[in-house]
Design a protein around this ligand. Structure first.
Ligand code: SF4
Length: 102
């Protein structure tokens, strides 16, 4: 849920304008899925039943802009396939990953 004020609020209170612009920009993010979803290991883990659906809902099909995986990908920085969207290195996923790739 993203609380949004009616745009006319900015007409009466200019100090709220910056926050409103930020919230409306976030709305655009929430309306689109992450551009990396089709190739992201999180999708594969989720489809194989190894990752809780909430990760996909909250990040991949939600606020992907806040995903640490997304941000590191955008900066071209390497990161393990078992790093969760919040940046946590999940060793359980690492073990599962190794079982599949061996
Ligand atoms: S985990 Fe992050 S990078 Fe991967 S699809 Fe989801 S939001 Fe995008």
């Amino acid at each position: 849920m993203l609380p949004l004020q009616h745009p006319t609020v900015a007409l009466y209170n200019n100090s709220l304008k910056k926050g409103m612009i930020k919230n409306y920009s976030k709305m655009k993010v929430l309306l689109e899925d992450c551009k990396w979803y089709h190739v992201c290991p999180m999708k594969k883990f989720y489809e194989e039943g190894k990752l809780n659906k909430r990760w996909v809902e909250l990040y991949c099909k939600g606020d992907w802009e806040s995903c640490i995986r997304y941000q590191t990908e955008d900066r071209g920085e390497p990161h393990p396939d078992w790093m969760l969207p919040d940046g946590y290195i999940d060793e359980r996923l690492h073990r599962l990953y190794n079982q599949v790739t061996r």
